[in-house]
Design a protein around this ligand. Sequence first.
Ligand code: GLY
Length: 342
Amino acid sequence: MKSSVSVVGAGIVGLTVAWSLARAGARVTVYDSEPGSGASWVAGGMLAPYSEAWPGEEGLLALGAQSLALWEGFATALQPYADGPLITARGTVWLAVDDGDAEELATVTTAVGDERLFAALRPSAALRTIPGAAPRIRAAAQAPSELAVDNRLVHRALLAACAATGVELRAEAVRAPSDLPGDAVIVCAGADSVDLLPGCAVRPVKGEVVRLRRAPSCLPPPEVTVRARVHGRPVYVVPRADGVVVGATQYENDRDLAPRVGPVVELLGDAFTVLPFLREYELVEVTAGLRPTRPDNLPLLGRVDGRVFAATGHGRNGILLAPVTGARAVDMVLDQEVHAWN
Ligand code: GLY
């Protein structure tokens, strides 16, 4: 008989888990009162395990690299359900503005420890790959295999893919995972997971993100994701078909979703320091989201109790880690291995 699985949460992680299980033969129902209203909506969509690497986070680096390797196949399988190209950039260029920023870049380079994945780039070469970038760069590096995706298109495509694969979506809030039917229940509820699994150690970490649209006569968005450190502050600019996403602030601020003026102005100022032409873009949207973060920055993937499982706590990396999380869910719930998406 077919296994039946309830999934709590219809963000990118929850829908990827649901789609993965349905493709593997399970009967799947997803519960979410507001599908895609959380971090999946706010995110920039960078798939960047290398340019966010840090000493002591080797487990996260390995998991991110594994999921990045799955992403091409995942995007190819998902593309027929999408309204536009899911992948919006190939490659990341990392720019350091001052000596301290260059030291930080050296730490990232050492943490990756593989020149094929993350390699120093002469500032002049970096600037040639980003027309319109400011000329005063202290150091640079590139991660050629990293990708960026349009997270909102990914989410919409996953809704369509799930529907086409027989996944049922119920717009219902869940009070306790054990109330739900099925042979297994998987909690993929992002920052809300702690309400459903009190021991999961997921806390919300706020981030503000700005969306800008290219105005007529402006330079086009860069073709690569641009990540920079500007006098100690991080900023990234992720290309979209019609503009860019600028992100992101990061601070512990409970569940407050109101963007704050000061941090957003500072974020935009840092983006303008490296890409001055963005000043002429149109301001489309400022949003704040909550990264579901665990103390070790690794997601919780496994059985919690009886038939209840967790696939949550992906922190800054929910979109990157979605394909590997889907594969792990199939493995842990259906005891099948998934090696590729196509
Ligand atoms: N992954 C980027 C961020 O969380 O801001």
